[in-house]
Design a protein around this ligand. Structure first.
Ligand SMILES: Nc1ncnc2c1ncn2[C@@H]1O[C@H](COP(=O)(O)OP(=O)(O)O)[C@@H](O)[C@H]1O
Ligand SMILES: [Mg+2]
Length: 259
């Protein structure tokens, strides 16, 4: 940034605080270095995007950051706290929620049950407990209304379109009230109308204070939604900045097109 130029955060009076941060993060599978000495900072309060060609390590980065897999080396911190190698439930309790590239819902449970189960899976006590309490059901219905699925709460999830299943998964993630939400290809396989709804939700939730980190191939969505874009290639960041600058970066075109 040149002298005298103010960032969007500075203009809006928001402090720029590091959220999820990786230093020298590395994870190999056999001979494949999926995440290769990656150092990157995603700021709190922003809609951050993580883009890059297939196989560039985006999902593996998410998995390392959320405790789903253990990195070989390197460090992950969240708002200054070292969360490297924390178990997934601890990462969730620290305020990080995530969705999966291959959407995870229970096809033969109802839409409402799916949201309730997502909330329960986070607490062994409630998992072993009896009936769902009223407050939990009310909250589940609230999030279903928010993602636009309240009218289908009694249907089995397998009857929903793929895009609706992604919204259902998001409702489940929101039940834990995460302050940071990682979305792995939210628009992948989703029809344009629902992509629009997911984008609107992200924007609204961000205005309400939630931080996002979104892996996405849909460039229109990435460019219109994000404050900051990080580009991965071969397991590490090769460029980052506001969407307009990344879009014009020759290294990004090279990574995508091999030109
Ligand atoms: N569980 C795994 N076993 C072996 N190789 C894997 C595994 N997960 C990812 N990889 C490899 O690591 C690289 C990065 O994959 P991934 O993180 O899924 O990339 P992206 O999400 O950017 O498409 C790819 O070459 C992929 O084949
Ligand atoms: Mg992926």
């Amino acid at each position: 940034m040149s002298a005298g130029q103010l960032s969007a955060e500075a203009v809006a009076g928001r402090a720029v605080e590091p959220g999820l941060q990786a230093t020298g993060l590395t994870k190999s599978y056999g001979g494949v270095c999926a995440v290769n000495d990656a150092s990157v900072t995603f700021h709190h309060g922003r809609v951050n995007a993580l883009i890059g060609p297939n196989g560039s390590g985006k999902t593996t980065f998410f998995n390392c950051a959320t405790g789903m897999i253990r990195p070989d080396s390197g460090q992950v911190t969240y708002r200054g706290r070292d969360i490297t190698r924390w178990a997934p439930h601890r990462v969730a309790a620290a305020g990080i929620g995530r969705s999966f590239q291959l959407c995870r819902v229970f096809p033969r449970m109802t839409v409402l049950e799916n949201v309730l189960v997502a909330a329960r899976a986070r607490s062994l006590r409630t998992l072993l407990g009896g009936a769902y309490d009223r407050e939990l059901v009310d909250r589940a219905r609230g999030w279903l209304a928010r993602v636009g699925l309240d009218h289908v709460e009694a249907l089995e999830a397998r009857n929903l379109s793929y895009g609706q299943q992604k919204l259902l998964e998001l409702a489940g993630v929101l039940m834990a009230d995460p302050e940071t939400i990682l979305l792995d290809e939210p628009a992948g396989g989703v029809n344009p109308a629902l992509i629009g709804r997911i984008g609107t939700l992200v924007r609204e939730l961000n205005a309400e204070g939630k931080t996002f980190l979104i892996v996405e191939h849909n460039m229109e969505m990435v460019m219109s939604l994000s404050d900051h874009v990080v580009v991965f290639d071969r397991g590490r960041p090769i460029a980052e900045g506001p969407p307009w600058s990344v879009q014009a970066d020759p290294r990004v075109l090279e990574a995508y097109l091999g030109v």
